[in-house]
Design a protein around this ligand. Structure first.
Ligand code: 0X9
Ligand code: ZN
Length: 305
């Protein structure tokens, strides 16, 4: 198997980030957007394949939830695909001609590290305050979108603890600050999770329909159709609240409310056979499915705007 068909430790991913920027000095830059609770750096890669002025941009983050290992694997896969097939594959060439891409491979490095060393099923970050008995905030409940209402918990010992206040966690704050300061260029937001094979869009924090619901639905539907045709796999799609559950404080809803009108959460393979423990032999197919969805939606957004 290749490098991209294996799961990698946090140290390997930091090494890969370094290597990727060194090997592609004109097209890839690492941007330090903040640091984690345990003071690990949060690097986003900026892919900029040409020097056109005033380019729009796509944001992709992976690894919000520590145990969802296929997610960071996808971010690496995406960067590799972009750098290898720009100028070869028509779709990725068109996308990268029009847009820059920011990729955050591991938003929750402390949690990810912990799943490699201590507890494979850890979900949250690793923050700890003296007054709390338990460790960790669910970073996907910590954004300021109907924060800590039904679908999140104020009990620090649960898996869906929303934190002390919105953006209380350094990882959340780093991503929110970066998106706030780049909101005029960023047009598409993707956040990668697992598992259950779903393409979700706002809202998850309310049953209200997004103002551009029909565009979002059309994009997700076309992406799911392509996955079905090319990979013979079924992905459900729809607004988060109606497709899985009400879950406030998520990054997708927050980005949408910030003004990034094409905002998606992908839940990659599988549908429960292996769950979070997806075998490495499945990485290629899972990532290619998600790649198809990203490309389909990005191309459609080029046509819509
Ligand atoms: O509950 C979540 O955070 C996500 N599912 S997961 O199993 N990966 O934890 C779904 C997120 C959907 N979007 C929002 N809730 N905003
Ligand atoms: Zn998740």
């Amino acid at each position: 198997s290749t490098f991209y068909e294996r799961y990698h430790s946090l140290e390997d991913i930091y090494y890969w980030i370094n290597r990727t920027t060194q090997d592609n000095p004109t097209t890839v830059k690492a941007i330090l957007i903040g640091s984690s609770y345990e003071k690990r750096p949060l690097y986003a890669l900026k892919l900029s394949l040409n020097n056109r002025p005033n380019k729009k941009a796509i944001w992709i983050d992976c690894g919000i939830h520590a145990r969802e290992w296929i997610s960071p694997a996808f971010c690496l896969w995406f960067v590799h695909h972009s750098l290898s097939f720009y100028g070869q594959n028509q779709d990725i060439t068109k996308i990268l001609d029009d847009m820059d891409v920011y990729v955050l491979p591991v938003m929750n490095p402390d949690g990810y590290k912990y799943t490699w060393t201590t507890n494979r099923m850890w979900r949250k970050n690793r923050s700890y305050s003296r007054s709390n008995i338990c460790v960790g905030v669910d970073l996907n409940r910590n954004f300021d979108a109907n924060w800590c209402t039904e679908g999140a918990s104020s009990d620090p010992c649960t898996e869906i603890y929303c934190g002390a206040f919105p953006e209380s966690e350094p990882e959340t704050e780093a991503v929110a600050n970066f998106l706030r300061s780049h909101k005029n260029s960023i047009q598409l937001y993707f956040t990668i999770h697992s598992y259950s094979q779903m393409l979700l869009f706002p809202f998850s924090c309310t049953f209200d329909q997004a103002e551009n619901h029909s565009d979002l639905l059309e994009m997700a539907q076309e992406a799911a159709q392509k996955i079905r045709r090319y990979y013979r796999n079924i992905y459900q799609y729809g607004s988060g609240a109606k497709t899985i559950y009400l879950a406030p404080g998520g990054s997708d809803d927050w980005a949408y409310n910030l003004g990034i009108k094409y905002s998606f959460t992908f839940e990659l393979q599988d549908r429960g056979r292996y769950g979070f423990l997806l075998p490495p032999s499945q990485i290629a197919k899972a990532c290619n499915e998600a790649l198809t969805a990203v490309k389909t939606i990005a191309l459609k957004s080029c046509r819509m705007s």
